[in-house]
Ligand binder design. Structure first.
Ligand SMILES: Cc1ncc(COP(=O)(O)O)c(C=O)c1O
Length: 382
């Protein structure tokens, strides 16, 4: 075959796949990739089977199963007191990932600039590049990973089309306060910039904090594409079901892309989620307490090691500083941690370009207590 130019020459296999593979090869406890090692609620699984048997096996409507979109609209009303039109403002996607990709393709034109706050989830930048846009990177402030709104403001220019925010934030576990919404609204007021808000961890905010998402802010709700993930909320990441909420005008554009990327999402899964969200609102209401207990347990275990941590405000990730353990750069450190000590984690530098020199790794605590205990024991030996 003749050589052809790659559209994403620097992109290799994602770090999540690399670390999970390494963990499997070395029988390490895998706290790298972000998924639970426990099952979704049994009733939800039962509903999927029931809908398959009842015939929900053909293409779902392109924008999503209406009952599921209505359940999402009900939830938004309950949480944010905002009325969303299930018909014209909600699109069900193949996970948050597809929603992010379609949102970027829908609004970013060649030559547009997109502001990314780093460390940033790894799918944003390639999506921007494939749309012909350019990423403009603004680092989050250490050690708390707050947004430096002054820097955001100065990064915004006439070509800024989109600002990507992620709250609660992967990998840092930081979460927006109400004043961040005000600062964001202020920064883009009078510009043409839209917001892509990755809120896939919206139900995982700890210590009594609230999730401050775009839908809770009048001005931002009017110019945001908000992405969520049912996989994250219902311990079913492998089902890849998510959604995007956006004003009708933006939703129309998003669906033009979605219909040629995915067209529609697995029917029995959507039908089951629609039933379960209606039947069991307690699941999402109890999720924060469920994961906070895991966070506290894991931070307690880290307290017996030489890793240092500041408990996450949200997500199911915990950052840990390993400077008392090793001088190695984080990519090499996580390799050694996996191979020699049997615990896989994600190096944090891979979420930024160029990678900053810091001694931080990300652990996923969406695991059974026994898994966390076993990992804690191994980490305490280092
Ligand atoms: C910040 C963030 N956004 C989006 C996603 C993708 O979500 P999904 O699995 O629903 O595609 C993830 C998954 O890890 C994530 O951490």
């Amino acid at each position: 075959m003749r050589r052809f130019p790659s559209k994403l020459p620097e992109v290799g296999t994602t770090i999540f796949t690399v670390m999970s593979r390494l963990a499997a090869e070395h029988s390490a406890i895998n706290l790298s990739q972000g998924y639970p090692d426990f099952s979704p609620p049994p009733r939800l699984v039962e509903l999927v089977g029931a809908h398959m048997r009842a015939g929900a096996n053909q293409y779902a409507p392109m924008p999503g199963w209406l009952a599921l979109r209505e359940a999402v609209a009900q939830q938004v009303l309950a949480i944010h007191r905002r009325s969303i039109c299930a018909e014209s403002e909600i699109t069900v996607t193949a996970g948050g990932t597809e929603a992010i990709f379609c949102a970027v393709q829908a609004v970013v034109h060649p030559g547009d600039e997109v502001i990314l706050l780093e460390p940033a989830y790894d799918s944003y930048e390639p999506s921007v590049r494939l749309a012909g846009g350019t990423a403009v990177r603004v680092p989050l402030m250490r050690p708390r990973f707050d947004v430096d709104w002054e820097r955001v403001r100065s990064a915004i220019g006439p070509r800024t089309r989109l600002l990507v925010v992620n709250t609660p934030h992967n990998p840092s576990g930081a979460a927006f306060a109400r004043c961040d919404l005000e600062a964001l609204a202020d920064a883009i007021r009078g510009t043409d910039a839209l917001v892509l808000a990755d809120e896939v961890y919206e139900h995982m905010v700890y210590d009594g904090g609230l999730h401050h998402g775009m839908l809770g802010h009048e001005e931002l709700a009017g110019r945001s594409l908000v992405v969520s993930s049912l996989g994250k909320t219902y311990h079913a990441t492998g089902w890849k079901v998510g959604y995007c909420i956006a004003p009708a005008e933006l939703t129309r554009e998003l669906r033009k892309v979605h219909q040629f990327v995915q067209f529609s999402v697995a029917s029995p899964l959507q039908a089951a989620f629609a039933d379960f969200m209606t039947e069991a609102p307690a699941h999402r209401l109890e999720l924060a307490a469920f994961y906070q207990a895991k966070r506290d347990h894991f931070c307690g275990l880290l307290g017996r090691t030489r890793f240092r941590c500041r408990p996450s405000a949200g997500t199911y990730f915990q950052l840990a500083d390993y400077s008392a353990v090793s001088d190695l750069p984080d990519v090499e450190f996580t390799r050694r941690l996996t191979i020699e000590h049997g615990v896989a984690a994600i190096p944090v530098s891979v979420f930024s370009a160029p990678p900053p020199a810091e001694r931080l790794v990300r652990f996923c605590f969406a695991k059974d207590e026994a898994t966390l205990d076993a990992a804690g024991e191994r980490l305490a030996q280092i």
